[in-house]
Write a protein that binds this ligand. Structure first.
Ligand SMILES: [Mg+2]
Length: 289
């Protein structure tokens, strides 16, 4: 009974015809280096701010290069039940307990509605296979779990989740910058693109985090009159998402420079790196928007 009441209260999509004349803020965030510390993967400094978002019923939507399994695990750890976007915009998962009706284009996937925008992993692997001999690179699918742990500092369990890709192939690039340009040109002819994440170069379909943000915003707009998106990220693969957001936030990194945005909207730049900067930026923005 309690659970049913919660499901009703939490319904993020109104019944047919029921559009709230209210403004909805959504927070869409990168994980590694943004909500999660670049080195320790901890979200600890952001926990109080996450609770604040929950109290204000502001969805906290991951938009990450991570997989469904990784997002599910983190969502559970943080006590969240919001949608999340996996593998750099390749697919979005809406928990059915929050979304009683299927968003447009969604299919049922266990406890989620799944909207796929990207290319299936097997298809990417098939297209990538003939190129492997021409360049010095290691795909994550070809790595042992031990290799992944050594390269990333992930635990075996976390490495297994990272290896379980559905819509992208991460690789460790070991060749020159010139070779990378040639490789990227070859990929375009195969309907593939690349995105640089914190640790890997991701090969994937014609998707990015920005298109995924706009799509999820459109889903909320079916229910709410106005949907305002705060987006937070620290890497090059966050640029499209930050440029698509109403309130872009760049999170400082201890490992690399801030990406450059071509953005007409005011950009917030965190003072601190990682989750501490993430939390402070959100608290500041929520006072003003
Ligand atoms: Mg990042």
């Amino acid at each position: 009974m309690t659970q049913m009441k919660q499901a009703t209260d939490n319904n993020d999509l109104a019944p047919a015809g029921g559009r709230h004349a209210t403004r909805k803020i959504i927070v869409v965030t990168d994980l590694d280096g943004s909500l999660l510390d670049h080195y320790s993967y901890s979200a600890e400094p952001a926990l109080a701010t996450i609770r604040k978002l929950q109290n204000r019923r502001i969805p906290l939507i991951f938009n990450t290069s991570k997989t469904l399994a990784e997002c599910e695990a983190l969502s559970e750890t943080l006590g969240l039940s919001d949608p999340f976007i996996v593998e750099n915009g390749s697919a979005t998962y809406y928990p059915k307990r929050r979304f009683r009706t299927a968003p447009q284009g969604a299919t049922s996937h266990g406890v989620y509605w799944q909207v796929v925008a990207g290319m299936r992993h097997e298809d990417i692997q098939t297209r990538l296979a003939p190129l492997k001999a021409d360049y010095r690179m290691v795909t994550l699918s070809d790595c042992s779990l031990g290799d992944i742990c050594a390269a990333t500092g992930l635990s075996m369990t976390a490495a297994r989740r990272a290896q379980n890709r559905q819509f992208s192939e991460p690789l460790i690039w070991q060749d020159s910058d010139e070779a990378l340009v040639k490789f990227q040109q070859a990929l375009v002819g195969l309907g593939l693109t690349t995105l640089r994440g914190g640790r890997f170069l991701h090969v994937l379909g014609d998707v990015d985090k920005g298109k995924a943000l706009l799509a999820i915003q459109a889903v909320y707009r079916q229910t709410y009159h106005e949907v305002v998106a705060i987006a937070l990220g620290d890497g090059d693969n966050d640029i499209a998402m930050l440029e698509a957001a109403d309130f872009p936030v760049l999170i400082r990194s201890p490992a690399h420079k801030l990406p450059t945005l071509a953005c007409t909207r005011p950009v917030t730049i965190s003072e601190e790196a990682g989750p501490a900067g993430w939390a402070a930026s959100i608290r500041q923005l929520l006072k003003t928007i």
